[in-house]
Write a protein that binds this ligand. Structure first.
Ligand SMILES: [Zn+2]
Length: 214
């Protein structure tokens, strides 16, 4: 499956829960890029510069990363939850070609209004080492030190106000047309993303199970 939705809609959290529920890999292109940044690879250096400016990484790079990942045995055998890709109609076209032999079951649009995600993103804080999520309202127990691993908990550059505005504008311009694209192919399900993590997860599982059963 593919997960769509504005930045800050809770895609990362829900994808992680879904991957546990269905015992399939969670493939997050954002996490893959951030790992490349940490490891300071050529890709990582380029991605760091683009992400700091709130820009998207070019299609050819993203398509290559996703294609490599979807060829590994865990995804070919069990399926996957794909998070952060596609973000443009061109990427969706490329994904349709990559998955021609094993088409997607469903594309979920996790729907959370713009005002709500602006508020959520501005208050988000993330562990620099393990990626655990915190917020101004729900900080770590001691200072800004991760409860899980002791890493520094920080505001990511791409969660700062100017970058958030650019990312949301890009979402409206490039990613929102995907919703229509997938709807036209009969793959789209819209799930209300407001409420607790459990409530949203229950809605997702009900939607996915209904599709797989039908
Ligand atoms: Zn941590």
């Amino acid at each position: 499956m593919v997960m769509l939705g504005r930045q800050g809609a809770g895609k990362g959290t829900q994808c992680l829960r879904l991957s546990r529920h269905y015992v399939v890999p969670h493939i997050s292109t954002g996490d893959m890029l951030r790992a490349a940044v940490r490891e300071d690879t050529d890709l990582g250096r380029k991605a760091a510069e683009l992400m700091a400016n709130g820009e998207l990484v070019p299609d050819d790079i993203m398509i290559g990363i996703v294609e490599d990942r979807l060829e590994r045995g865990d995804t070919t055998q069990r399926g996957y939850v794909l998070d952060g890709f596609p973000r443009t109609v061109d990427q969706a076209d490329a994904l349709a070609k990559i998955t021609a032999g094993r088409p997607l079951d469903v594309v979920i649009d996790l729907d959370v209004p713009r005002e709500v995600v602006l508020e959520r993103l501005g208050s988000r804080r993330v562990c620099d080492d393990c990626g655990a999520n915190y917020s101004v309202a729900a900080p770590p127990r001691y200072g800004w030190v991760c409860d899980n691993c002791g890493g520094d908990v920080v505001q990511r550059d791409d969660d700062k106000p100017a970058a958030i505005e650019r990312r949301l504008a890009q979402y409206e311009a490039k990613t929102a047309p995907l919703i229509a694209w997938y709807e036209g192919r009969g793959l789209l399900e819209v799930v209300d993303g407001l409420g607790t993590t459990e409530q949203v997860l229950d809605r997702m599982v009900a939607t996915i199970d209904q599709r797989r059963g039908s």
